[in-house]
Design a protein. Structure first.
Length: 281
């Protein structure tokens, strides 16, 4: 007889699975009463159900944001399966696919990424491809431009806004992976700076991975994130935002040629062919 069984005079009150007690006797105003208690497997089942409910709630909130985010048809088509391989994007493909293959480690250790480089060379596509791969693992993913996210928060101050600021920040906090596109183009005011800090600090404190894209060089981004107000040129000497990003994200430069220019040239050539014209050099 186990110690647990020995402490229970009636073996019928033991859980048949974990052999823990499912009831206990208490004295209530001098009267002995038998009341139900949760055994260990019941506690674990309750915890799983609570976690599942939280995930369902998070997914509902993310679905509401999708109409306002970047998770549109372009996002859905940005996958590693659809990747157009070139000699100048091999390292980017390897980094992205391995990051997804080792997602559990990346998540546990809060391994974020910051992609920087010239406009149009594949930063957003790579970040979206990672997001799609992680979402395929049934993880909650949010992809949005910083300017759009700030606009949603600003709209929340309007009584007719669909989202409240707390709702927005809670969703940012709870997403397993957050993709913030185009950092540095948001309008610089003291208000915008504080909200951007709140977004980054929320991810920093919850130790969840964040992927950021920017067209700025690292030095330019550092200066940009230290500027609170362009009109007054007020500078934050503590670098609250940049220092957190530095700790949260590994910096990776995307060096490939512009996809937009390449596609533009292909479109132009195709148009001339369709029109039966000879393209001039």
């Amino acid at each position: 007889m186990t110690p647990t069984e020995n402490s229970c005079r009636d073996k019928n009150i033991l859980c048949p699975t974990c052999r823990g007690p499912t009831h206990k006797d208490i004295l209530l105003r001098g009267v002995k009463k038998r009341v139900p208690v949760m055994c260990q497997c019941g506690i674990e089942a309750d915890a799983r159900e609570k976690a599942a409910m939280e995930q369902r709630d998070l997914r509902r909130r993310l679905e509401r944001f999708k109409a306002y985010s970047l998770m549109d048809n372009r996002y859905r088509l940005s996958t590693f399966k659809n990747w157009e391989h070139r000699s100048d994007n091999r390292d980017d493909f390897t980094l992205g696919t391995r990051y997804c293959e080792m997602w559990e480690d990346m998540y546990s250790n809060n391994r974020g990424l910051l992609f920087h480089g010239k406009a149009g060379n594949g930063k957003t596509y790579l970040s979206f491809a990672i997001a799609n791969a992680i979402e395929a693992k049934s993880k909650a993913v949010m992809a949005i431009s910083i300017s759009k996210l700030l606009a949603i928060i600003k709209d929340s101050f309007d009584k007719h806004g669909e989202f409240g600021e707390t709702d927005v920040l809670n969703t940012v906090r709870d997403a397993s992976l957050l993709v913030l596109d185009d950092m540095g183009v948001e309008y610089k005011t003291a208000w915008a700076y504080e909200k951007l800090y709140a977004i980054i600090d929320t991810r920093y404190r919850t130790t969840k991975p964040t992927i950021i894209t920017t067209n700025y060089s690292l030095d330019a981004l550092r200066e940009n994130l230290a500027t609170i107000d362009l009109r007054t040129r007020t500078i934050d000497p503590s670098e609250r935002i940049f220092s957190r990003i530095t700790e949260m994200c590994a910096f990776h430069e995307i060096k490939g040629a512009s996809w937009r220019i390449s596609k533009g040239m292909k479109n132009k050539a195709a148009m001339y062919i369709e029109l039966g014209l000879i393209q001039k050099s």
